[in-house]
Design a protein. Sequence first.
Length: 95
Amino acid sequence: MYDDLKMDAPINSRQLASVEIREFGAKLADRANSLAEKVETRLRPITTPPSPNPGKSSPGEDSKYPPLFQELNGILESISDSLDAIDGTIYRVEL
């Protein structure tokens, strides 16, 4: 009887950890996106216009991961995109 409870404890703590990590990642992605927007807005008067960006498209690439890792991969890609936007804005600054 107690053996079943011992088996469930690691699974529940793993599920809780995955939820916490996913939520932290999502909040971090939101912060990165917000920062990218602030940098763009604040530096707009002293930057050259951005060059057209065709965007990323990789259909079916996410299917190589299980659902949780697909979501985490999407969060990390969002953070990467925000950092690229900040880098691009800083690169276009003309003083």
